[in-house]
Design a protein around this ligand. Sequence first.
Ligand SMILES: Cc1cc2nc3c(=O)[nH]c(=O)nc-3n(C[C@H](O)[C@H](O)[C@H](O)COP(=O)(O)O)c2cc1C
Length: 350
Amino acid sequence: MKTDQQPRLDQTGVPFPRAGTAAEIWEFLLRYAVRAPSGHNTQPWRYRIADGHLHLYADRGRALPVVDPQDRELVMSCGAALTHLTVALRHFGHAGEVTPFPDSSDHDLLATLALGQAHTPRLDDHRLFDAIDNRHTHRAGFDDRPVARQILAQLARETHPTGAALHVITADEPKEAIAALVGEGDRAQFHDAGFRRELAAWIRPNRTRRPDGMPGYAFGIGDLASVLGPTMVATFDTGASQAKKDEQLALTAPVLVALSTAGDTPADWLKTGRAVAALLLRATVDGLCASFLNQPIEVPTLRVRLRDLVGGATPQLLLRMGYATTDRPTPRRTVADVLTKPPASTGTSS
Ligand SMILES: Cc1cc2nc3c(=O)[nH]c(=O)nc-3n(C[C@H](O)[C@H](O)[C@H](O)COP(=O)(O)O)c2cc1C
């Protein structure tokens, strides 16, 4: 087991700047923030380091106005990056302190982080950290293997501190009702040419060099088909076949989980993002994979019906979980792409 005394390396062998400045430490840690999941892999975040703190901003230039008109999932994606940061902080020996929405006059500033007190990492901190590189969205089916109750209870414990509630659905009847809503959501979304065009704009050929968006392989699509993928998606309403496929995936998943919050404000969305990343990293530690089925939340009329099915609160995300073999990582922008640095001093006084 690694102890706090050993110098830590990142996965590429670069040592953690233990004796570095706070700015050097934050810059190092951002390589884990950029691995966070995000809607359509838009990576809608940017960062600034000032006075020893890291500031996380929404990058609304990467919004998805059709599927996510309020930037709800955009803020969640940033919340997921926040969890990646706090997990990496603990692994490298810092407790971390997060202040959500520190400036009421700046709605884009979602959180400010401080390194916080020294923290002696435990084995679990290392396991969660390792999960950052091992977690991938799994869109194919799962093995026919149930998820033990203790594991589900642990997943709920993991999300609890974030303030979002986890609803676990394993029984056939609610699964069937939710699967039907997923199908309805697919048909409604794919019928909308604007939705299809927006989705197509973020689907990439498998051999893409672009650092964002979703390569065809993330959907199980081969190299040749992946080149045609965006045109096909933009042109044809495949809602009926997509609905059939997704309904089946929902029905056969060992577990469906919904994350909900009491309200529906940016603070609730940030909490949900923190919760989903905590959930996904813990699931990865436990050998589980997950995939999103947000259609019935993205279509407002269906969201009300889903709320009645999962009980009371406002549903924010819906996922299916189970066991499967691992997937390939999708591309990411670099730290340099997402970190806004202050202009270099010219050395002359004005
Ligand atoms: C808030 C949020 C919403 C998402 N919604 C969907 C979704 O509706 N369908 C889907 O297939 N993937 C969804 N994803 C997964 C992203 O597409 C995925 O994280 C991204 O493509 C990067 O791939 P990776 O998770 O394998 O790293 C969502 C992710 C986040 C954080």
